[in-house]
Design a protein around this ligand. Structure first.
Ligand SMILES: Nc1ncnc2c1ncn2[C@@H]1O[C@H](COP(=O)(O)OP(=O)(O)OP(=O)(O)O)[C@@H](O)[C@H]1O
Ligand SMILES: [Mg+2]
Length: 659
């Protein structure tokens, strides 16, 4: 009887014949094998479900023992008989197990055997058997189990994330490798503990752990970043996700927690921000440097004129009161000059006289000066290794720098304290974060135990004119000068300070002979025997585009007894030289429009190789190689400086002529 015909039978059959109805019902069931056995276990009926999954047609199985559905092992073990006995004795037999199809394949079956009893005698008339093929369900169960196992292995194996579960009260119920790695607890140390252990004491006090669970429940999930604590007490920056877990009834039965350690990422981000800030700072300092350098350069010229004139006037005055006034003016001009020098060194436009410098010796020689500047309340300690390398630096500039730092330290320690000056040999590998060229350095440090600086002051300290000292007390150029000098030397200035904790200033200086050292300026050897050679009045061609400076140079030279021809540009000077062969000496400014002093000197060297020349400049940024070997006169200069330079030039010519 096929399944398709069943509905027709049902429709056409009239009358409440109960047994018949049952038969029809059973006949229509295809998902269950429903059949009957006689008391000995012989099959006496067979339905479509039985046909479908056991594979026997009615005539093939009716009259056979049901034991053939069992596996050979089970049959040998007497399982079929035992099943019937149990059904008869206990009123029911129910079990899952392997059964065999007609084609010999096995399937996982759920079997129920009910005894059919004679209601009058209670004797067993036979058995009703209902079998269900659970192979698919078993496969699905197996697949689920395997996938859960895989998932468990996966979660267990994840080391970048802490993945673990909490029960509804926040007690840790499981723990993966990542959790162990990030938080530091082994599973047996933490399972059973409350998860608030991972919070900082302050967060715990504020009830953050409970709030987090409640927020996860209220919003369906919680994502947050915050500080968490490892087993060893270390705190780390964590990204946390909490998901509540519900049972079928919607009750919260626990939480799934995923935590990531973002400390590294946060650190990298902070470094990136710091680098960006440093770049911004250095660009700002660069711009300020250009501005300051320009201003200082102009002031230098003006002060040259002021000084020269004052000097000349002073000689003609005998009245004491007037002399006092002039001296006052000269003092003022001198202060102005030292100010412009500091501005120029910040702008890295200072003339540097590079040479190997023993920093420890330099500091030792400054001992008295330092102690006098610092006063009796401050103790100086020095710390230099015996094998300290020589630095490539300008000793005078370096001295000024150390003095500037010492004065700053004194100002930060009005109640007294300790000033520690020391140095270390350092070497920088290629690609170092500092951006310094690779090579050997001397790290000179000056540390005080003073007031220190807050972050804002520290960030601005090296800016020119930044000062926290009262009006007239500080110019705000001390650190700027040190910064400019260090940069110009190819080194670096580094500040470390915390409010109330003192300040450490480091000057990184390239070691002498290191590739990082700045190009040394070639200095002419100072001539001796100058006096008699300059006794003769000379004809000097003076060149400067600044009329004030030119007038000053002329006045000073004339006062020395020389004759001066003035030119306000290099072109004009060349034209004058062409028409006059009586010129003994050329003295020229460098920074001039159209043709610079260095260019003029180069041309003069070609055409009048015997003419001595002096380059008067306060500007260090001559193009590389320009002015090398040329006699230099630093602006601003006193008359004595000028006299010396003239003498030196004449000695050079005499030496050259003799050779
Ligand atoms: N050792 C230090 N301890 C605390 N603060 C300091 C220290 N050195 C510098 N500073 C801070 O940095 C600022 C700038 O210092 P800088 O030496 O450039 O200028 P200044 O000392 O104010 O003036 P001056 O031009 O006379 O040196 C100071 O005003 C001070 O606020
Ligand atoms: Mg200072």
């Amino acid at each position: 009887m096929s399944r398709a015909r069943v509905p027709n039978v049902l429709q056409t059959t009239e009358g409440p014949v109960t047994a018949e109805r049952y038969r029809l019902l059973v006949e229509s069931v295809t998902d269950y094998a429903i059949y009957m056995l006689d008391p000995q276990g012989t099959v006496i009926s067979w339905n479509p479900g039985a046909r479908r999954f056991k594979g026997y047609e009615d005539h093939e199985i009716i009259g056979q023992s049901f034991s053939r559905f069992y596996t050979e092992e089970d049959r040998a073990a007497g399982l079929p008989e035992r099943a019937l006995r149990m059904a008869a004795e206990e009123g029911r037999f129910e079990k899952e197990g392997w059964r065999v199809r007609k084609d010999g394949t096995r399937f996982w079956a759920h079997v129920v055997i009910d005894p059919i009893l004679n209601p009058a005698t209670g004797r067993v008339l036979g058995y009703a058997k209902v079998t269900r093929d659970l192979t698919e369900r078993r496969q699905a169960d197996e697949a689920l189990r395997r996938s859960e196992e895989k998932f468990r292995v996966l979660v267990q194996g994840v080391t970048d994330y802490a993945i673990y579960m909490l029960d509804a009260d926040g007690i840790v119920t499981n723990w993966n490798l990542g959790a162990e790695r990030i938080k530091g607890y082994a599973p047996d140390e933490i399972i059973g503990q409350h998860f608030s252990l991972f919070y900082t004491p302050e967060d715990r006090e504020r009830g953050e752990p409970q709030k987090a669970l409640q927020a996860a429940i209220d919003n369906g999930s919680l994502e947050k970043e915050g500080w968490r604590v490892r087993k060893n007490g270390e705190i780390f920056w964590a990204s946390v996700v909490i998901d509540p877990i519900h049972d079928d009834a919607g009750e919260v039965i626990g939480f799934a927690k995923v935590t990531r350690d973002l400390t590294e990422r946060r650190k990298v981000q902070a470094e990136l921000d710091a680098a960006r800030e440093a770049l911004f700072q250095s660009q700002k300092i660069e711009a300020l440097g250009q501005l300051t350098g320009g201003v200082a350069h102009d002031f230098n010229n003006l002060l040259t004129a002021v000084m020269g004139s004052l000097e000349l006037v002073r000689r003609q005055i005998s009245d004491d009161r007037q002399l006092g006034l002039i001296d006052n003016a000269i003092k003022g001009a001198s202060r102005g000059i030292s100010l412009t020098q500091r501005m120029l060194s910040f702008a890295r436009k200072q003339e540097l006289e590079l040479q190997p410098v023993a920093v420890d010796v330099l500091v030792a020689e400054m001992g008295d000066l330092l102690q006098r500047s610092l006063g009796p309340l401050i103790r100086i300690e020095t710390d230099f290794p015996a094998d300290l390398a020589m630095a490539a630096a300008d000793p005078n500039q370096l001295e000024t720098a150390v003095l500037n730092l010492a004065v700053n330290a004194r100002d930060a320690m009005p109640e007294g304290g300790v000033l520690r000056v020391g140095a270390r040999n350092e070497s920088i590998a290629p690609g170092h974060r500092s951006g310094l060229l690779d090579g050997d350095y001397i790290r000179l440090s000056v540390a005080d135990t003073g007031s220190g600086m807050d972050a804002k002051t520290l960030a601005q300290a090296t800016e020119p004119f930044f000062t926290t000292k009262g009006v007239g007390k500080g110019t705000g150029l001390g650190l700027s000068m040190v910064h400019g000098m260090a940069e110009q030397l190819g080194g670096r200035l580094a500040l470390d300070s915390r409010l109330g904790k003192g300040t450490t200033v480091e000057i990184w200086l390239p070691a002498a002979g290191s590739a990082a050292a700045a190009e040394p300026v070639q200095l002419p050897v100072e001539p001796k025997a100058e006096v008699e050679l300059t006794a003769r009045p000379l004809t000097v061609l003076a060149v400067d585009d600044d009329a004030l400076v030119l007038m000053n140079t002329t006045a000073l030279l004339e006062d020395l007894g020389h004759r001066v021809i003035e030119a306000s540009s290099a072109r004009e000077a060349l034209a004058l030289l062409e028409g006059d062969d009586a010129v003994d000496l050329l003295i020229t400014d460098h920074a001039m429009p159209q043709m610079t002093g260095a260019q003029l000197i180069a041309e003069v060297g070609q055409r009048w190789p015997k003419l001595p020349v002096i380059l008067a400049t306060g500007y260090a940024d001559l193009p590389a190689g320009a002015g090398v070997g040329v006699l230099r006169l630093n602006k601003p200069f006193w008359q004595a400086d000028l006299e010396k330079a003239v003498a030196a030039a004449m000695v050079r010519r005499a030496t050259a002529a003799a050779a």
